[in-house]
Design a protein around this ligand. Structure first.
Ligand code: UT7
Length: 338
């Protein structure tokens, strides 16, 4: 398919999301660590989050989200030519979670790989898929972001355990009659790499008794430093993505920020001059679900009729790296109405 300018367009054909049933409330967290519902709500905006049961793996949630995106797009699994999974909690180090899904989705022969950039992963993967589709190399690419952060959360550390939840979101990217991913901007400032990490389990500190005893297999974060980075990175990356799209903020119908902290969301919207009624927020119900925040919010916004064909969505994220990623996504007529 060619756009009016003669180029091949690429955009989202279907969206899906998967959330575990088990709800973990702030009140329950009060019984686990020295915290309060009031502190969590006012400092983060989170009321509850979802936690996967012990038999579940990241691939299970990713599969559910992917199947929903495919079904909504009306595209069968065997037509998928590439699967990219953005995750920092893969089922195992290798093979990739994308490979495990390739078989389950019936996407015979599809290229499949994981992409590891933490909370920015979905937009990184979307940008990769956009290039492959627009170049004509591939037709249907499944972009999935899924994490079970509960598996790497230190449930004795009140500064992190109140923030995160489990989820997966998926988008099927394919050729469209109009340009879809109008502009994106990806970047990293590795000087802040040590502020957000899981120290052990890789080649530097392979698992051993000592790494377990020192709780090095859990996520560690300097929240204040990440917060400072986030406010600047979200504003700067959103502005650059909108500029690259050739639009202004008045052209943005819906702002979907990374759902990490309501104060960061509000500060970035204020800085960008986007009114609250154009900001999609679900952090109160799911907490920070890593790379899944944006696709889960997009799928939900589409289900609620908040976004649909013709809309320009601005998605902006930040995370481990420290990294940032922003994209302006034009939803074309190929994304079916609900
Ligand atoms: O996807 C990217 C991942 N990361 C993020 O997005 C995190 C970005 N950072 C944040 O969202 C915020 O920095 C936090 C929510 C993590 C923390 O909020 P803050 O306003 O920056 O709090 P703080 O770290 O400055 O701590 C303030 C106080 C401290 O007590 P003192 O030293 O003032 O006595 C903490 O010990 O709050 C205390 N505190 C808590 N109190 C009750 C920290 N965690 C808790 C808690 N309950 N869960």
């Amino acid at each position: 398919m060619k756009t009016k300018t003669g180029e091949r367009g690429a955009s989202i054909l279907g969206l899906g999301r998967a959330l575990p049933e088990r709800v973990l409330t702030n009140r329950e967290l009060e019984t686990m660590v020295d915290t309060s519902d009031e502190w969590i709500k006012t400092r983060t905006g989170i009321s509850e989050r979802r936690i996967a049961d012990e038999h579940m793996a990241t691939s299970d949630l990713c599969e559910e989200a992917a199947l929903q995106a495919l079904q909504r797009a009306g595209v069968p699994g065997e037509s998928v030519e590439m699967i990219i999974v953005a995750t920092v909690t893969p089922d195992m180090v290798f093979p990739s979670t994308a490979c495990l899904l390739q078989d389950r989705l019936g996407a015979e022969g599809a290229a499949a790989f994981d992409l590891q950039v933490g909370c920015t992963g979905f937009i990184y993967a979307l940008a990769v898929a956009d290039k492959f589709v627009r170049s004509g190399a591939y037709e249907n690419i499944l972009v999935i972001a899924g994490d079970l952060l509960s598996r790497i959360t230190d449930w004795e550390d009140r500064s992190t355990c109140v923030l995160f939840g489990d989820a997966a979101g998926a988008a099927l990217v394919g050729p469209t009659s109009e340009a879809g991913i109008l502009g994106s901007y990806l970047g990293t400032d590795a000087k802040g790499a040590h502020h957000l990490k899981m120290p052990a389990g890789g080649s530097l500190h392979p698992a051993c008794t000592e790494t377990v005893e020192q709780r090095m297999h859990y996520l560690r974060m300097n929240g204040r430093e990440v917060f400072k980075f986030a406010v600047t990175a979200m504003g700067d990356s959103a502005s650059e993505a909108v500029r690259r799209a050739g639009l202004t903020f008045d052209d943005i119908d819906c702002y979907i920020p990374h759902q990490a902290n309501i104060r960061i969301i509000d500060a970035s919207a204020k800085r960008l001059g986007i009114p609250r009624d154009r900001v999609y927020i679900n952090i109160d119900r799911y907490g920070n679900t890593s790379g899944a925040t944006v696709p889960v919010a997009m799928a939900e916004a589409w289900e609620e009729g908040v976004i649909g064909p013709g809309d320009n969505v601005l998605a902006v994220t930040f995370g481990a790296g420290l990294s940032w990623a922003a994209a302006v996504i034009h939803l074309t007529e190929e994304l079916k109405n609900r």
